[in-house]
Design a protein around this ligand. Structure first.
Ligand SMILES: Nc1nc2c(c(=O)[nH]1)N[C@H]1C(S)=C(S)[C@@H](COP(=O)(O)O)O[C@H]1N2
Ligand SMILES: [Mo]
Length: 414
């Protein structure tokens, strides 16, 4: 949904009609259900500024920052059930390692709570532990940040900092068990080969982790491959963590060391407002006391319409076929519904089961339209706990995380 909240007095019938007229002029067609537009919602067709851009190997991605490199993927380019490497967003906090020699790369397991600290080569990891291939959803905690108001600093991700490739590697659990954990183990922490933007070698660009319970899940991976190919350099070649369903920042790239810790990890971007949100709803723009902030764990239920692209034209009388993905952090998505009237009525789409736990799910549906004009199709997912995506932007937080509001496309019936 839009973060612009023009103070539209839509309750009043006469002024509502004049705004709908103005909106209709702006989108270039009569907004058929204009009387149902919620207060504060601006037609999605008004805000669309597609910016095709090209980085090598990533045609069509939108660049948000080039130092460090950050790029996201437009919704219609995310239509594949399994995201190809060329279409996976890139989120870098620091400067990726320039020269990587996979043959001499090692991963060390250490920390206060490890029994037997060990160092493995890539070859050791590949041969010693059962190899697994899992489709795991990777979404940046800041995906959707661009819509928060007052704005949050950081990359202004819209919707495209998400994807679901098949990861090739081993279970993190198997490696942790190979080293053994002391009873006081509570968290794992990664350290990586990328450099802090300041180039100060004593600083990590980012060093995060997950509680032991998440690390020990069968889907938490140490991966060397994506979709059957070695990890691309942007995505952590030669080795990374993948913690599906949790903020992407827990999936450390270029990983060199994993510590088993006897306390919640306190590395770079684990504290303050980094990947932490207020424990209770706060007023937009509020300063939140540190003790009232908590670390983001499972990501909230969310969905995308990946076909057709927003702005599609449909002939009157034809129904529109749509499809996309839905995901829900640690949970499964239970249903996906579509609306053509700004959320007044909904029809349920067909929703597939995930190919494995923590993979996004595919949905498809049909929507028809009563007469010519401008419409929006909104998609809304509900997770297995009964929790729904909000139609409007959810609770403000200092860094603009966890915006899981409904995605919508513009449709012109002609
Ligand atoms: N070493 C390292 N790991 C990292 C990062 C980073 O900057 N350095 N970025 C994190 C963040 S914030 C996200 S969202 C994901 C993005 O993964 P991708 O670039 O492969 O899409 O990687 C995470 N792992
Ligand atoms: Mo992220």
């Amino acid at each position: 949904m839009s973060s612009e909240k023009p103070n539209l007095p839509l309750q009043d019938g006469a002024s509502r009609r004049s705004f709908v007229k103005a909106f209709s002029a702006a989108v270039g067609a009569n907004i058929v259900f204009g009387n149902l537009i919620p207060d504060g919602v601006v037609p999605v067709a008004m805000g669309q500024t597609p910016e095709p851009f090209s980085i090598p190997g990533k045609p069509g991605l939108t660049i948000l920052n080039d130092r460090p490199l950050n790029a996201e993927t437009a919704a219609h380019l995310l239509n594949d059930a399994i995201t190809p490497a060329s279409r996976l967003f890139v989120r870098n906090n620091g400067l990726p390692p320039m020269k990587v020699d996979a043959d001499s790369w090692t991963l060390s397991i250490g920390g206060e709570s490890v029994f037997n600290p060990k160092t493995y080569t890539l070859k050791d990891l590949k041969s010693k532990f059962e190899n697994v291939d899992l489709a795991l959803t990777l979404e940046c905690g800041g995906n959707g940040r661009a819509e928060f108001y007052p704005p949050a600093s950081g990359n202004q991700w819209t919707i495209g900092a998400v994807g679901c490739p098949v990861w090739n590697g081993i279970r993190l659990k198997d490696v942790l068990e190979d080293c053994g954990m002391k009873d006081d183990a509570v968290y794992i922490a990664y350290h990586s080969a990328d450099r802090h933007l300041s180039q100060d070698p004593s600083k990590d660009a980012i060093s995060r982790g997950v509680p032991i319970s998440k690390a020990m899940e069968a889907e938490s991976m140490i991966a060397w491959g994506m979709n059957g190919e070695p990890l691309p350099s942007h995505h952590g070649y030669p080795l990374r963590l993948v913690c599906g369903g949790w903020p992407g920042s827990t999936s450390g790239k270029w990983v060199k060391q994993i510590d088993i810790r006897n306390q919640v990890h306190d590395g770079t971007k684990m504290t303050g407002t980094a990947y932490r949100v207020p424990k209770y709803p706060v007023k937009a723009g509020a300063t939140v006391p540190d003790e009232d902030m908590e670390i983001i764990e499972s990501m909230p239920v969310k969905s995308l319409i990946t076909f057709p692209q927003s702005g599609v034209e449909v002939n009157l009388g034809d129904s529109l076929k749509l499809n996309g993905h839905a995901w829900a952090g640690d949970y499964e998505v239970a249903s996906l519904s579509l609306s053509n009237d700004f959320g007044q009525t909904w029809v349920e789409a067909d929703l597939k089961k995930p190919v494995n736990r923590l993979a996004w799910q595919q949905w498809s549906g049909d929507v028809s339209f009563p007469k010519k004009g401008y419409y929006e199709v909104w998609a809304r997912a509900v997770d297995s706990e009964g929790v729904s995506q909000p139609m409007l932007i959810p609770g403000w937080n200092p860094k603009g995380y966890l915006n899981n509001s409904c995605y919508r496309i513009a449709v012109y019936v002609v």
